[in-house]
Each structure stands twice: as C-alpha cells, then as structure tokens.
Design a protein around this ligand. Structure first.
Ligand code: DGY
Length: 424
C-alpha cells in the first residue's frame, strides 16, 4: 500500500490565524464548543485545554472558560464531562437520557480527565492572576475523584464509563464492556453518524454499552457508592490516574502559592505514586489499565502508557522510552492512541489509532520534565507537521497524517496556539 503522507498546505502564521478563528467561531459566550453540531455543548477537558489557547490572545476569555466550567460543579465536588448550557438537537445522548435533574445546570452524570490544576498552574506561570476560588474548586474536584473513584484507597483511579476516560473507544475497554448487559437499552438514534464517517466513530455495539451504563448510573441516582459497588464497568485507568497525579502535584504548587499548607494533597500524591506500579503489565512491557472487577490488564499499550513521566513517575523511564521507540518505527506520526503493531489498531477509528494533539502535549511535557528532550521535541514536531498539513481536525491518522473526525476542532487549535505552533 502506498502511504499518502500529508504535505504542508499552509504557512505557520496562517494556521495561527485559523486557530484563533476556530476559537472565536466555536465561542458560545463564556464557553467554547469542541466543534459545532457534533459536540454542541461545553466539554470538560476540552474547555480546559481550550483555555490555554485563549490565553495566547485573550487572557480574560481564558479565565471565563474555566469560570463557566466550574459553575457546573456538583455539591459532591464532581464536575460533569458535558454541561448542557443550551438545548441542541444534533447530539445524542442529551439531558433526558442522563437524567441528572434537578441539579443545575444540567449535565452528564460522569466526569472527565482532571486537567484543571495543570492548566491553571500554567496560566499563572504565564502571568494570569491566581483565583483562590479556582483552587478551592479543584481541591473539591480532586477529593471527589479519590472518594468516588478510589473508595478502597488502592492508589489507582477507576472510571465508571469509557467516556469518563475521555478516550472513549480504546480497545482497553473491550473486555470490560463485554460484560455489560444491553438487553434493557431502548431504541435510539445516533446523531454522530450523520456528521462524521462511520469508519471514524465507535461501533454500534459499543454505543449500546455506553447507553446501558448511562442507564445504570441514572437508575442509581448517580450515587457514587452505588456505582463503585455495582457498576458493570469499573476499570482502573492509567490515563486518569496519570493526569490526576500530575494535577495533584500542580494543585500542591497552587496551594503553596496561596500561602496554604498542601499536606492533604501531598498525602494523596503519595498514595497515587505508590499505587502506580499496579498498572505495569510485564507481558506487554507497558503501563496498562486494568479491570477492577476481574483484575485483568489490557493486553496492549495506549498513548496513556507514555504519561508516566507526566505523572512524575520515572521508575521505568527507560522501558517506557524503548516502547515509544518501537511505536515510532511502526508509524509515521507520533503518538498513536493505540499500539500501531496490534491487530486491533485502526488508524481512523477515534481512539483505536488516531493521534490527538492534546495527548501529545501531555506526553511531551512529561518527557521534557525528565530530560528526554529529544523525544519531547519529536512529538512536538509530529504535532506541528500534522497541523500544518491537515489543519485542526479532532485527530489525525498516524500513518498518512490526514484529518480524522470532526473539523475546526477547538482543542487542536488551542494546542497549536500554545505549543505545537510555537517555536520549540
Ligand atoms: C461522544 O459523544 O463521542 C463524546 O466523546 C462523549 O463524551
């Protein structure tokens, strides 16, 4: 097969203009939709990465993005993965399926990777003023993750739904999802397939399970204890755990900056650090998520396997980089979301292969932190080349570099503005 490697089609300064234009076009007044129609609401981790992009040319707007998201924080401290500020007909499942009312604003019943502390720290380091309210909201959100998603204090964070990982249809979730009973799922109409090529989206059998899990949570009133006890999907996610561990370190920094004692945060950092080794799968030679119901690890690495350095865990740095090197030899652009040598690798299907700009940003940040500057630079260059050649879609084919998923995507634009489009 001929590899149709993407070629640059724009000058960097044009991409910068385009990126700003995408943020402005996706702005709904205080929050930015990831892309119109396909994702027409506020998405949690999207918004936080997008704040980095806004900060490059409108710092006030960056702060507003975070304020708006935090206004949706629940009494438990949880911040939903989607906030339904408006009614829109182009997305399914909406509020009537999630059934989180009467709590306002209406939102989903699950959360998403907690990148807030890391983003806020970066904004403060860039000169934005530190908002004590933001730090308090983050503290309550982090405490929720530990209480609700690691109730037995194992030092690993569970997800109760693939969407909670933010990496929806990874092959990691296939085996745990197989146990989810879909017999009660009522007929429904997907809206995503009217907007994006079905070859780039999750299979129908995955969607049935996603909906069965939403129904499970709704029937249990989104009660955290009931979900931890009985959710048919309960998986320790190396992605969430790495992102939370990094965020806790950044929260400790923010707490000190306010002149407060971060002892409680340090305690949680120690627990997550001690727990991290549980992700190591010696059969694969990578950090892998594992099913907390069966104890079984996923049988392949994912892009989250390279987040250990970002989390501040460098115990197996050499092995992690060796594996990254093997991946690099198997694809054209770093970092595919799933092992490009594995039989389940699909370069176009959402999280089963495509490269995501904001994941690259996190991996490269971690590698630079531990002095692996050459790898950090290679990943940044890949991201830069992909965006230069293919613009700002949701994600990219790691073999050809072509655009995958939704177009005019806010977090890809933000990653260009804050990192990939900057001089190294
Ligand atoms: C979707 O609907 O595909 C979203 O990723 C869920 O968050």
């Amino acid at each position: 097969m001929t590899v149709d490697t993407a070629r640059p089609t724009a000058a960097p300064e044009d991409r910068t203009t385009e990126a700003r234009g995408i943020l402005r076009a996706n702005d709904r007044g205080g929050y930015t939709v990831p892309t119109e129609r396909l994702y027409p609401f506020q998405w949690n981790w999207d918004s936080l990465f997008v704040a980095l992009g806004w900060a490059e040319f409108d710092p006030v707007r960056a702060t507003a993005e975070i304020d708006t998201l935090f206004r949706a924080q629940r009494p438990s401290g949880m911040i939903p993965h989607i906030v339904f500020w408006t009614e829109e007909s182009t997305y399914f499942p909406g509020p009537d399926v999630w059934r989180t009312a009467p709590v306002e604003p209406s939102g989903s019943g699950i959360s998403q990777p907690p990148v807030a502390a890391t983003i806020v720290r970066r904004l403060v380091e860039a000169g934005l003023s530190l908002d004590r309210g933001h730090v308090e909201a983050i503290e309550r959100w982090h405490a929720w993750w530990h209480r609700a998603r690691d109730p037995e204090q194992q030092g690993v964070i569970a997800i109760s739904h693939p969407w909670e990982s933010g990496r929806d249809n990874l092959p990691d979730w296939d085996a745990p999802l197989a146990a989810v009973d879909t017999s009660g799922v009522q007929p429904y109409e997907r809206r995503d397939l009217a907007l994006v090529d079905a070859a780039m989206r999750p299979h129908q059998s995955d969607y049935d399970r996603y909906l069965a899990l939403v129904d499970y949570g709704a029937r249990h009133g989104w009660d955290d204890a009931a979900i931890a006890e009985g959710s048919p999907f309960w998986v320790a996610d190396v992605g969430i755990s790495s992102i939370l561990l990094r965020a806790e370190r950044d929260l400790a920094w923010l707490t000190r900056r306010l002149g407060l004692d971060p002892a409680a945060v340090e305690h949680r950092i120690a627990r997550l650090t001690a727990g991290y080794e549980q992700f190591w799968n010696p059969d694969v030679g990578a950090y892998c998520s594992f099913d907390l119901r069966t104890g079984r690890h996923a049988d392949a690495g994912t892009s989250a396997s390279f987040l250990a350095a970002y989390a501040g865990v460098d115990a197996r740095l050499g092995e992690v980089i060796d594996e990254l090197d093997r991946w690099a030899k198997a694809c054209t652009y770093l970092v595919p979301s799933f092992d490009p040598r594995h039989e389940k690798f699909e370069p176009l299907r959402y999280w089963r292969g495509p490269v995501w700009g904001m994941v690259n940003y996190m991996i490269a940040t971690g590698l630079a932190d531990v002095g692996a500057d050459d790898w950090a630079q290679r990943i940044r260059t890949s991201t830069h080349d992909l965006i230069l050649a293919s613009g700002m879609p949701e994600s990219f084919d790691p073999m050809t570099g072509t655009a995958v998923g939704g177009g005019s995507f806010a977090w890809t634009a933000a990653i260009w503005l804050t990192w990939a489009g900057q001089d190294s």
